[in-house]
Design a protein around this ligand. Structure first.
Ligand code: SF4
Ligand code: FES
Length: 246
């Protein structure tokens, strides 16, 4: 496949940045990140600066890969991370635009890399339990109703990639925050801090510059793990209870 790539290049946080065109020839079986590797090898070979982009596991687990491809976070395929997107999704001769996550709370570090440490600070403010749990308990020592276990497991699938923020017209991280709140709030171990947790995490969310949720639903559509929007409803109910408890 012969492709034209329009890639966002930005030397640093203060640089204005802009789109630069590159040509690349690649097998349809290559992944999107392998295609960028091939392009970077060519740039290095010719003495040009390679394109900075985030990645780690390349298995859809770590949440590091983060590219807006043709206007969509993680590209045109539903429920897929950028690392699991393959070039056969595109057609020979296509022009593909590649940009970093766009959100006030995710400032660009360089080229396609953004600073997502705001997510870490949301987790630090409440995304944990303090109950001493000791070693792993026997599986049935604390009974958890099956629907709760299933919903908690689904919420725990959030990999913290930030696609929900990049897709949201408000730059809101409510799907991410609600996934973490739901994961812990449905399990017995998460009950002692259930309401103080949600209040602290939403407060940090707002302090970090993420926007408010207006239920547009773009977040769930962009989420590679298909975290459902009802986690946000659950967060809102818990937040209301936390206000009443004050
Ligand atoms: S909710 Fe989905 S899109 Fe948002 S950070 Fe988690 S996995 Fe990524
Ligand atoms: S590189 Fe880990 S999820 Fe894509």
């Amino acid at each position: 496949m012969k492709l034209t790539l329009r890639i966002w290049r930005q030397h640093g946080p203060r640089d204005r940045g802009g789109l630069v065109d590159y040509r690349v020839e690649i097998s349809p079986d290559a992944s999107f990140l392998e295609m960028l590797d091939v392009l970077n090898e060519e740039l290095v070979r010719t003495g040009a600066e390679p394109i900075a982009f985030d990645h780690d596991c390349r298995e859809g687990i770590c949440g590091m890969c983060s590219l807006v491809i043709d206007g969509t976070p993680h590209g045109p395929e539903r429920a897929t991370t950028t690392c699991q997107l393959h070039m056969r999704t595109f057609a020979d001769g296509d022009t593909i635009t590649v940009e970093p996550w766009r959100a006030k709370a995710f400032p660009v570090v360089k080229d396609l890399v953004v600073d997502r440490s705001a997510f870490d600070r949301i987790i630090q403010s409440g995304g944990y339990i303090t109950a001493p749990t000791g070693t792993a308990p026997e599986a049935h020592a604390i009974p958890v109703p099956k629907p709760d276990a299933d919903s908690a497991f689904q919420a725990a699938e959030c990999i913290g990639c930030g696609a929900c923020v990049a897709a949201c017209p408000n730059g809101s991280a409510m799907l991410f925050t609600a996934a973490k709140v739901t994961h812990l709030g449905l399990l017995p171990q998460g009950q002692p801090e259930r309401y103080s947790r949600v209040a602290a995490m939403v407060e940090t969310h707002d302090e970090e510059g993420f926007g408010g949720c207006t239920n547009t639903g773009e977040c769930t559509l962009a989420c590679p793990k298909e975290i459902p929007q009802d986690v946000i409803g659950r967060l809102n109910r818990d937040l209301l209870r936390s206000v009443r408890q004050r």
